[in-house]
Design a protein around this ligand. Structure first.
Ligand code: AQP
Length: 334
């Protein structure tokens, strides 16, 4: 494996992992660990940009770690750790806060979505979240970042910050410009209740998402209740243009059976959505249920999960300290 290429990505421990996290990000994490050096982080400092109950946060950090392992991440192949245990993330984030520009952050759509109408009351952390994300990646000089499409804008900002740091300090190529790795077939899994909104942990209705820990009954019920329209499955993608819920279900099905949209449309054109829903529920039960079962088993052994994180932290800290030493020198800190 080449040492120059390094994959880094993170998941917030903000509650139940769902199908969007899995298809949009974690599934890709697993295939990347076979061919590249990878670091996967439970980004707990990102989680606290919105208030988290401390007891729930501790539980969710371990449960997200269990989600990584249950989905197929291997702690022998990838470095698995939690962000707050390597203080370099926060230190570099401060330095990058001084490189990043307010105008850049003002353009971030996720802040606008998450802060809602009451922006003045959002935490400063939520506003500068993308700078911390840049620090996560650049602390290790990661070159590739697998994320869902919702994180593309933040990743572009990370590239701008890296470029500005290199220019300001006249250190050409010091930070590599990280490349996003976004799933081609399904880069954004949408809510089962509203095909224009992304599937999300923080959405109030549990019927909007399939959680990785859902049981078979819940999966069947949620897919049955998923919003669609009265038209049958069309022959081509063009006809799905103004049918976001229909497109979302077909996309989820295609990705879960590892086929493309055209294949599913050619197989199912003219059929009713109840046909697709029944097949989708079956395949989700086959693929998701074992992951959920494994998450539940792993979370019963918190000391095992803590050991995995501790080992990952030790490895990550060595890399972080090596790079931070150079960064402090470049910036002129004693
Ligand atoms: N719906 C989605 N479709 C595709 N990818 C998604 N991701 C999240 N939702 C979808 C990707 O999962 C990774 C981890 O995301 P995260 O949990 O760190 O943050 P998030 O994007 O804010 O996820 P949620 O579920 O919406 O969490 P809350 O509700 O707490 O904000 C990322 O790569 C993300 O792109």
């Amino acid at each position: 494996m080449s040492d120059k290429k390094l994959v880094f990505s993170g998941v917030q421990p903000t509650g139940n992992l769902h199908l969007g996290n899995y298809l949009g990000a974690i599934k890709n994490f697993v295939s990347l660990q076979k061919k590249m050096n990878c670091m996967y982080c439970v980004v707990d400092l990102h989680a606290i940009t919105t208030f988290q109950n401390p007891k729930d946060l501790r539980k969710n950090i371990l449960e997200t770690t269990a989600g990584f392992l249950a989905s197929g991440l291997d702690a022998e192949k990838s470095i698995i750790f939690n962000q707050s245990s390597v203080s370099g993330h926060a230190e570099l984030a401060w330095i990058l806060n001084c490189v990043s520009r307010i105008g850049w952050l003002n353009r971030m759509t996720q802040f606008k979505d998450k802060a809602g109408k009451d922006k003045e009351k959002a935490s400063v952390g939520l506003y500068i979240y993308p700078n911390l994300m840049a620090a996560d990646i650049l602390l290790y000089k990661a070159t590739h970042v697998p994320v869902g499409a919702d994180q593309k804008q933040h990743l572009e900002l990370s590239r701008d910050i890296a470029q500005k740091f290199n220019n300001d300090f006249q250190k050409e190529n010091f930070f590599p410009l990280p490349e996003p790795l976004i799933q081609k077939n399904i880069s954004r899994v949408m809510s089962l209740r509203d095909g224009t909104k992304k599937m999300s942990k923080s959405e109030e209705s549990d019927y909007s998402r399939i959680n990785l820990k859902d049981n078979a009954d819940e999966i069947v019920k949620k897919i049955k209740k998923a919003k669609t329209d009265s038209k049958p499955i069309p022959e081509n993608e063009r006809e799905l243009k103004d049918r976001p819920e229909a497109l979302n279900l077909i996309n989820i099905y295609a990705d879960t059976i590892e086929e493309n949209l055209e294949f599913v449309l050619s197989e199912m054109a003219g059929k009713d959505f109840s046909h697709l829903k029944s097949k989708l529920a079956d395949i989700l039960i086959e693929k998701i249920l074992p992951i959920g079962k494994s998450i539940k088993e792993l979370t019963n052994d918190s000391s095992f999960l803590e050991k995995i994180l501790k080992k990952g932290t030790e490895k990550a800290s060595i890399k972080a300290e090596e790079n931070l030493k150079k960064i402090r020198e470049i910036v002129g800190l004693l």
